[in-house]
Design a protein around this ligand. Structure first.
Ligand code: GDP
Ligand code: IMO
Ligand code: MG
Length: 462
């Protein structure tokens, strides 16, 4: 029999600073897949928060792939860091009647997030004061650091004779670091409870099928079935190519799939790039097109959503004050962190940054989410290039946080009324916006999002 030619993995990757709507995008693809197909996570951990709507109920998944409500197999890949208790808790949210345990598998190479990783993450962030990264505090950075330090405890260690020895060695090392460097006693952090939960999570993890990511991916492709790689975070948070140090600790871009699954790069196909119709960012770091600039950055760092509502009960969408427009955008888009509840900073699309992430991910198709959020604004702005040291450029400087960048914008008129009322058709102003973006970005927008629910999309028809 002739051997089937392997197809390629389809990456679904966030093109901005995360929260672009990857969860909804993956869930939508998942609804078309069969039980022989596969959806994998290849990096990140429960710092991710992927929102999906299923039968009019909203779920936020942090570790479990967003294809959980479909038929396809789902896999937690080698490049992930896994907090077992968080995984167990998440599994309890899935309604009875959705059989997912038999479809869910995990790589033995994935690194475990220990309770002491979490304590280290939050204590080290606290001591950074104004220099903090804005980490989600889930222990992701310290867990990833353990891998090159050769101290990591991995999923494949569970059940081995030396599992507890490895666990205790790393925990005690973290205890020492906390004591010496941060003058912090690990026992203060309700550590017994954290450890108890961790081992409950380990029991749950042990009940899953353990299989190497490369094996499950290659065998799926060899049969000619589809493999979707669900990215977490966004390309601008990539540990190397993001705006270091304001980044996460993994390779969020498509090339991370190679080492994140242990497969050859030739198996990575073109990406589907997910982008919002505007930009948001949660956490610290440079954001050239932020509405309200540095004032907004500090506001979002220091304030809570309720305080903002009290202070700005009705932010104006056509205010002459950019900061207020940014609040109106946050309110309209419910831009509150799905993992941490923090205010997401808001701003206009940034073409130089998008061109860079489209290129690095080989994104041939784009999905633009949250176009409906722009309903009622007086105009949409898009940054086409920057002025740096008095010169026009569309290149992104190496260190955005140390370089004064002045974004230059073009404006677009906004449609009247609500997009959702256009019954599957976009108004001409929205089409003009989409066409402009496709031309300037050099990639096709295959559909746009017109609301959070799974059916709220407008496919490309024009
Ligand atoms: P992810 O991390 O990339 O999966 O994105 P998040 O789930 O963190 O954030 C995206 C948010 O936007 C979620 O609350 C989604 O329900 C919501 N969302 C996704 N697509 C759309 C859309 O087209 N319109 C609106 N209004 N909301 C959307
Ligand atoms: P999803 O998958 C948005 C940000 C944090 C912080 C930085 C480092 O939902 O798009 P970390 O905890 O990873 O050490 O934090 O990265 N961050 C995210 N921002 N969406 C995410 O995931 C994020 N995951 C991490 O806010 O600035
Ligand atoms: Mg998210």
């Amino acid at each position: 029999m002739p051997k089937k030619v392997a197809t390629k993995i389809s990456p679904v990757i966030g093109l901005q600073w995360g929260d672009e709507g990857k969860g909804k995008g993956v869930a939508r693809i998942a609804s078309t897949l069969s039980k022989s197909d596969l959806i994998v996570r290849f990096q990140g951990g429960n710092n991710a928060g992927h929102t999906i709507w299923h039968k009019s109920i909203c779920y936020v998944f942090h570790l479990i792939p967003s294809g959980v409500f479909g038929k396809a197999k789902i896999h937690l890949g080698a490049g992930m860091v896994i907090d077992p208790w968080a995984l167990k808790k998440e599994s309890l949210v899935i309604p009875a009647g959705i059989s997912f345990m038999s479809r869910l598998s995990v790589s033995p190479h994935a690194v475990l997030v220990l309770p002491s990783h979490q304590v280290l993450d939050s204590i080290s962030e606290k001591t950074k004061g104004k220099n903090k990264i804005g980490s989600t505090g889930k222990g992701i950075g310290p867990a990833y650091e353990s891998l090159p330090a050769r101290t990591a405890v991995r999923v494949g260690d569970i059940g081995q004779k030396d599992f507890l020895v490895k666990y205790k060695k790393l925990r005690d090392m973290h205890g020492e670091i906390l004591k010496r460097t941060y003058k912090y006693d690990i026992k203060k952090s309700d550590f017994k409870k954290l450890e108890h939960d961790f081992f409950e999570g380990i029991k749950f993890l042990s009940s899953l099928e353990m299989i190497k990511s490369s094996e499950i991916v290659e065998s799926t492709l060899d049969r000619g079935n589809q493999v979707i790689a669900e990215g977490a975070q966004g390309s601008l948070l990539d540990v190397r190519f993001g705006h270091y140090p304001y980044v996460t600790s993994s390779h969020t871009v498509a090339s991370g799939i190679g080492t994140g699954l242990g497969i050859s790069p030739h198996l990575i196909g073109p990406s589907i790039g997910i982008m919002k119709a505007y930009v948001t960012k949660v956490g610290e770091g440079p954001f050239p097109t932020e509405l309200g600039g540095k004032y907004s950055a500090v506001w979002c760092r220091d304030n809570k959503f309720q305080y903002e509502i009290d202070k700005y009960p009705h932010p104006s969408k056509d205010s002459s004050d950019d900061f207020e427009v940014g609040i109106a955008l946050r309110r309209a888009g419910s831009e509150i962190g799905a993992t941490t509840g923090r205010l997401r900073r808001t701003g206009w699309l940034d073409i130089p940054l998008l061109r860079q992430t489209i290129k690095i991910n080989n994104a041939k198709e784009l999905v633009m989410t949250k176009l409906d959020v722009l309903n009622g604004f007086s105009k949409i702005k898009v940054c086409t290039h920057y002025i740096v040291n008095g010169k026009r450029t569309d290149k992104v400087p190496f260190d955005l946080s140390k370089t004064e960048v002045k974004p230059v914008y073009v404006s677009f008129p906004v449609w009247k009324g609500k997009l959702a009322q256009h019954e599957g058709k976009l108004p001409k102003e929205a089409i003009a916006y989409v066409r402009f973006l496709e031309k300037t970005l050099g990639a096709k927008i295959v559909y746009v999002g017109t609301g959070p629910e799974d059916h709220q999309v407008v496919e490309r028809y024009w």
